[in-house]
Design a protein. Structure first.
Length: 91
């Protein structure tokens, strides 16, 4: 069963994304989207990627674990929200 999350990354780095979206199955990230402040997005899955976006090579932390770092604001989301962001990133 998949779970989905989005994480707001609070920083001042124009070359880094401000939103991170993940689809996670059995603790592993299987699809991800990174959205930048200028609105463009890159993505990655097990077969393809755009920009410098890559899947995590380690088990994904929980929302609670991510929230322990104050620069990240994680939220669980549903599949529909993730799919909408995924489709937009590939357009």
């Amino acid at each position: 069963m998949a779970r989905y999350m989005k994480v707001k990354w609070i920083h001042e780095l124009p070359s880094e994304p401000v939103w991170l979206y993940s689809e996670i199955v059995a603790g592993r990230e299987v699809r991800t989207v990174e959205v930048y402040a200028d609105g463009h997005a890159d993505y990655a899955d097990t077969d393809s990627s755009s920009g410098t976006t890559m899947l995590s090579e380690t088990l994904m932390p929980t929302v609670e674990e991510i929230a322990m770092d104050e620069q990240f604001q994680p939220t669980e989301i549903d599949a529909a929200e993730f799919e909408a962001v995924w489709r937009q990133a590939q357009a």
